[in-house]
Design a protein around this ligand. Structure first.
Ligand SMILES: [Zn+2]
Length: 330
C-alpha cells in the first residue's frame, strides 16, 4: 500500500472510530478494538499482546497504548511534548522499527489511553496524533496531540509560550476525555438526575469546578449529567444537596409557560434522589457536594418543599402536553 492510500485508509478508520466512541460514551472496549470493521473488512486497532499495533501492510504504527499510571507515563508536559517509550529490546528491531518510522511517514495514529473504573477496563482513543520526533538517545518518540502542536520549534525543548499551549491541548485532548469517559462509565452512561441513557447527550460535570484548587478530575468529584442538567448545575440554576437530592433554584422554580423541558425536565426534578454508581468509592464525595451546595444556596434556594419522588414524571401529564402547539412539526 502506498503512503497516500494508507493515509486515506487511516482517515476512514478515524471517521468510523469517532462514531463508535460517541456511541460508547468516550471509551471503547478491547473487543471493540479487536473486532473493529470498516466497510465489512476487519482491521484490528489494538495488538493482542503488546502496546504497539503495527499492521503488516502498514508502513508505520497505527496505534499505541498507554496506561496513565504506568512509570512511563508523562502526559504531564514538562519541557517536551508527550513522550512514548520504545518497547524493551533493540531500538532497530521488532515493533520499534515501525514506531520510529512514524516520525518519517508523518502518518496520523491513535493513542489509546487505558482506564479502569471499578472492575471495568476501557480505552479512550485520542486521535489523530502525530509523531513529531524520534529520540533514540532517550528511547522514546514525541507526540503532538493536536495538528497545530506539530509546528513547535524544538519538540524536546519547548519555549514557555509553547509549553502553555501544549499543556492546554493536553488538558483538552487527553485529560478531559479521560475524565468524561471514567465518570460516564461509573454511571453506566446515565444522567444521574433524569436517567437519560444516551451517551451522545451526556457530559461529566465537576462538583468542585476544575478552575478551583481542589477541583480534581476524579470520579468522586464528578457527576454524569445530560447537557441540560449539566448546564443547569454549572450555573447554579439547579443544586445537588449533600444527601444527593436535586434542588431546583428559584429562577427555574418560579418560571412558567416554557414547555415540557422546564415543567418536567427541570421543575419536575425537585427532590429527586440521584441515580448513583453501585460502588460506594465511585459515588460523589459528600464534603464536595456540601461545599458546592453552599454556593448554590448563596444564589438563593428553592423555598418549595420537596415531596416528589425519584419515580418523578406523571405519564398522564406528559401525554396531556399540547405538543403540536408547542413544537409545530411543519
Ligand atoms: Zn438529565
Amino acid at each position: 500500500m502506498d503512503l497516500g492510500a494508507e493515509r486515506a485508509l487511516r482517515l476512514d478508520i478515524f471517521d468510523a472510530l469517532k462514531n463508535l466512541v460517541q456511541e460508547r460514551g468516550g471509551a471503547v472496549t478491547r473487543a471493540d478494538l479487536l473486532d473493529f470493521r470498516i466497510d465489512g473488512v476487519g482491521i484490528q486497532l489494538i495488538d493482542r499482546n503488546r502496546g504497539i499495533r503495527n499492521p503488516k501492510t502498514f508502513a508505520s504504527t497505527l496505534s499505541i497504548m498507554s496506561k496513565p499510571d504506568s512509570p512511563y507515563d508523562d502526559a504531564v508536559v514538562g519541557d517536551s511534548l508527550f513522550s512514548y517509550a520504545y518497547r524493551d529490546g533493540p531500538i532497530d528491531a521488532g515493533d520499534n522499527v515501525k514506531l520510529r518510522k512514524s516520525a518519517a511517514t508523518q502518518l496520523p495514529l491513535i493513542l489509546l489511553r487505558w482506564i479502569k473504573v471499578g472492575g471495568d477496563i476501557r480505552y479512550v482513543p485520542v486521535f489523530p496524533v502525530y509523531v513529531v520526533a524520534d529520540d533514540p538517545a532517550n528511547r522514546r518518540i514525541l507526540l503532538a496531540l493536536d495538528e497545530s502542536v506539530r509546528d513547535v520549534s524544538d519538540p524536546q525543548h519547548l519555549t514557555a509560550t509553547e509549553r502553555r499551549y501544549v499543556q492546554r491541548m493536553t488538558e483538552q485532548r487527553l485529560h478531559q476525555p479521560q475524565f468524561r469517559s471514567r465518570v460516564l462509565l461509573a454511571y453506566k452512561n446515565r444522567c444521574a438526575v433524569c436517567r437519560l441513557g444516551r451517551a451522545q447527550l451526556l457530559e461529566a460535570a465537576h462538583i468542585i469546578g476544575d478552575k478551583e484548587e481542589d477541583g480534581i478530575a476524579d470520579i468522586p468529584n464528578g457527576l454524569s449529567l445530560c447537557k441540560i442538567h449539566h448546564a443547569a448545575y454549572d450555573r447554579n440554576l439547579m443544586g445537588i444537596s449533600p444527601d444527593c437530592r436535586v434542588r431546583i433554584g428559584p429562577a427555574l422554580a418560579e418560571a412558567d409557560n416554557e414547555g415540557p423541558i422546564l415543567k418536567f425536565g427541570l421543575k419536575g426534578m425537585e427532590g429527586v434522589q440521584l441515580t448513583l454508581p453501585d460502588k460506594k468509592s465511585l459515588r460523589p464525595a459528600q464534603d464536595r457536594l456540601a461545599k458546592r451546595f453552599d454556593q448554590f444556596l448563596a444564589v438563593g434556594p428553592s423555598t418549595r418543599s420537596s415531596t416528589i419522588s425519584g419515580a418523578g414524571i406523571d405519564i398522564q401529564k406528559v401525554n396531556s402536553i399540547p405538543l403540536a402547539r408547542t413544537f409545530p412539526l411543519n
